[in-house]
Ligand binder design. Structure first.
Ligand code: FES
Ligand SMILES: [Fe+2]
Length: 350
């Protein structure tokens, strides 16, 4: 029996519209391929969010994604070839452009007007090709706040599998109670929350307590405030920024840089998900800049592995329940409500 259906007779869980619903693939950006895997003139056929697609890169260098099966007789276009900016089926050599329109049928003088493959919006950023489950994306793939117009440097971490829905693991970043009970971070955090149609922004801020010696030293070096933010892009990506608002020795003129990382998610078969960490920083120039860049990305990585090691086991056999949330779990209630405002894509199970 599916793990998520256990205990239904004694602990029934209502199915939500989008949140924690494995039948739904929400509209949003999903990481599909590492950029370097798709050279010019190459096609890769792969399953993304239970849906077989082809991604190819033509002469213009821009990745394009289409449904994988040729509308003629269903051959996988992944074994076809790239010609210019179009893709040609291996079987009877029909050709399609990046919008999925059939542009050539060798045995006919003119291609048939009504033959069209579904196309999907693609974007190349942070070392990945990302795909949106519709021809036109509802919104751009976001940046961390403040990095919108900067030249970026990124480091792709090792992806890993979780056996629960990504909406549930995404809560980790805003679960105030567990910061203390699992990670021993004893800071009373004040929440600032805002959302728009496709983004939920959480900012948590608190005063570093005095009682521990290490905290007192830390306070001297970085000032008294600890702050981090988590921006969720439509329930498929988390943008974490830590060390926000820190000043060296509390000097307001010496702002310390933040660490930034992305948690990207995609659903896999059998109610599992893959999590892809990506560490990001503004690209600073020179030897010192190089050192700071890698120091910050390294710091983000250490923080990530430390926190993951402490609470990763929770997600091994979790059956998420939101029926007894406390007032201090407000960020989680906000997140669930935000996710349920999102829309199911055409890749969802109908
Ligand atoms: S199956 Fe693709 S052209 Fe016939
Ligand atoms: Fe955690």
């Amino acid at each position: 029996m599916d793990r998520h259906l256990r205990n239904q007779s004694t602990q029934p869980l209502p199915q939500m519209k989008i949140f924690n619903n494995f039948d739904v693939i929400a509209r949003g950006w999903y990481f599909a391929l590492k950029s370097h895997e798709l050279k010019k003139k190459k096609i890769i056929s792969k399953v993304l969010c239970h849906h077989q697609i082809v991604i190819f890169r033509g002469e213009d260098g821009i990745p394009k994604a289409l449904d994988a099966f040729c509308p003629h007789m269903g051959a996988d276009l992944g074994i076809g070839s790239v010609e210019g900016n179009n893709i040609r089926c291996f079987f009877h050599k029909w050709s399609y452009d990046g919008t999925g329109k059939c542009v050539d049928i060798p045995c006919l003088k003119n291609p048939l007007e009504n033959i069209k493959l579904r196309s999907y919006a693609c974007i190349e950023r942070y070392g990945f090709i990302w795909v949106f489950p519709d021809a036109i994306a509802d919104f751009d793939l976001p940046f961390h706040d403040g990095l919108e117009n900067k030249e970026l440097l990124f480091f792709i971490g090792k992806s890993y599998i979780r056996t629960c829905h990504h909406h549930v693991t995404m809560i980790n970043g805003i679960d105030k109670q567990h910061l203390k009970t699992v990670h021993g971070i004893n800071i009373e955090m004040e929440l600032n929350y805002s959302e728009n149609d496709y983004e939920a922004n959480f900012s948590l801020k608190g005063i570093i307590p005095k009682e521990k010696c290490i905290a007192r030293i830390l306070k001297r070096i970085i000032g008294p405030i600890y702050e981090y933010s988590m921006k969720y892009s439509a329930g498929t990506i988390g943008f974490l920024s830590t060390m926000k608002g820190l000043h060296l020795f509390g000097n307001p003129n010496c702002k310390l840089p933040e660490t930034n990382m992305i948690y990207a998610y995609r659903p896999l078969e059998n109610n599992r998900i893959e999590v892809q960490p990506i560490y990001i920083t503004e690209k600073r120039k020179g030897f010192l800049g190089f050192f700071i860049n890698y120091f910050l990305m390294g710091l983000a990585g250490i923080g990530f592995y430390w926190l993951k090691a402490e609470d990763g086991k929770v997600y091994e056999n979790m059956r998420f329940n939101s029926q007894a949330l406390l007032p201090m779990d407000q960020p989680i209630s906000n997140f669930i409500a935000f996710i349920n405002k999102q829309e199911a894509s055409i890749w969802s199970k109908h």
